[in-house]
Ligand binder design. Structure first.
Ligand SMILES: NC(=O)c1ccc[n+]([C@@H]2O[C@H](COP(=O)([O-])OP(=O)(O)OC[C@H]3O[C@@H](n4cnc5c(N)ncnc54)[C@H](OP(=O)(O)O)[C@@H]3O)[C@@H](O)[C@H]2O)c1
Length: 250
C-alpha cells in the first residue's frame, strides 16, 4: 500500500481527531508526514503512532492564525523533507454554538481566524512550493456546515462556507499549474469537537433523527476520503465540496 511513496504530506491540526487519523493513514501508505498543530505532546503522539506503523514523520509547532508560523511550517517541511506534495489543511475550531446576536466578537475572531484565515494562510505558503515543483494536491477541511447551515451555527457555518469558496477559487487559479484543490465536508464525527454533543443525555436520539445512517462517523472514515482525494485515483478531481456526513445536511 505504498500509494504515496516518495511524497510529502502536511497535515494541519494533526494533534487529534480527523487530522491525526489522516496523518497516520498517509504514513502507513508511504508518505513522509509533517504534523502541524499547537499542542506539542499530542502532536508528538501522532508522530510516534506514524513511526510505530512504519512511517516517517515530524512535528512543526504551528498556530495557523499566525502568518510567520505558517510560513515556518512550510519552510521546515521543505528544509527537512525537500518537497511538499499534499497538504491537508484541517486545523479548525467550533467556537460555541450560540444565536447570532449572542455571539461575541472574540468568538467570531477565533473561529474566522482559525478556520478561514488559517486555510488561506496555509495555501498562501503551500502553493508557491507546489508551483516550483510543478504540482500538488490541497484538501481543505470545511464541514457539512460549509454547504448547509443550522441554528446557532452562523459564524462557524460562515467560516466553513468561506473555505469551500476559497478552495474553489484556488482550484480555478492554480489548476493550470497542475495543483488540484478540493474541500471536504464532514458531518458529525467522533472527535474532541463533538464531545459536548455526545455527552448530552439525548445524544443518541438527536443523532438517530438527524443522520440518515443513524450514527456519527469515525475520524478514519473521513481520512479514507482524504486519502482517495490525495491519490492519483482522483487525478481528474479538482474543485468541489465532498460530503462525508452519513447523509446528514444534504
Ligand atoms: N468533528 C466533527 O464533527 C467535524 C465536522 C465537520 C468538520 N470538522 C472539521 O474537522 C477539523 C478537525 O476537527 P476534529 O473534529 O478532528 O476536532 P479536534 O480533534 O478538536 O481537532 C482540531 C484540530 O485543529 C487544531 N487546531 C485548532 N486551532 C488551531 C490553531 N490555531 N493552529 C493550529 N492548529 C489548530 C487542533 O490542534 P491544537 O489544539 O493542538 O492546535 C486539532 O488538531 C476542523 O476543521 C473541524 O471544523 C469536524
Amino acid at each position: 500500500m505504498n500509494t504515496f511513496a516518495g511524497k510529502v504530506a502536511l497535515v494541519t491540526g494533526g494533534s487529534s481527531g480527523i487530522g491525526r487519523a489522516t496523518a497516520i493513514k498517509f504514513g502507513e501508505r508511504g508518505a513522509r508526514v509533517v504534523v502541524a498543530a499547537r499542542r506539542e505532546r499530542e502532536s508528538k503522539e501522532t508522530v510516534d503512532m506514524i513511526k510505530k506503523a512504519g512511517g516517517e514523520a515530524m512535528f512543526v509547532q504551528t498556530d495557523v492564525r499566525i502568518a510567520s508560523q505558517v510560513e515556518n511550517m512550510v519552510n521546515q517541511t521543505v528544509k527537512e523533507y525537500g518537497r511538499l506534495d499534499i497538504a491537508f489543511n484541517n486545523a479548525g475550531v467550533g467556537g460555541i454554538m450560540a444565536r447570532m446576536i449572542r455571539t461575541t466578537e472574540e468568538i467570531f475572531d477565533e473561529v474566522v481566524d482559525t478556520n478561514f484565515k488559517g486555510v488561506w494562510l496555509s495555501m498562501k505558503y503551500e502553493i508557491p512550493v507546489m508551483l516550483k515543483q510543478g504540482g500538488g494536491v490541497i484538501i481543505n477541511n470545511a464541514s457539512i456546515a460549509g454547504v448547509s447551515t443550522a441554528e446557532r451555527l452562523s459564524v462557524y457555518s460562515g467560516s466553513k462556507h468561506a473555505i469551500v469558496a476559497i478552495s474553489n477559487a484556488a482550484a480555478t487559479e492554480y489548476g493550470r499549474d497542475n495543483i488540484r484543490v478540493v474541500a471536504i465536508c464532514p458531518g458529525w464525527i467522533k472527535t474532541r469537537m463533538t464531545e459536548e454533543l455526545r455527552a448530552q443525555k439525548d445524544a443518541d436520539a438527536i443523532i438517530q433523527s438527524s443522520v440518515p445512517l443513524k450514527r456519527m462517523g469515525e475520524p478514519e472514515e473521513v481520512a479514507e476520503m482524504v486519502i482517495w482525494l490525495a491519490s492519483d485515483a482522483a487525478s481528474y478531481v479538482s474543485g468541489g465540496a465532498f460530503v462525508v456526513s452519513g447523509g446528514m445536511g444534504i
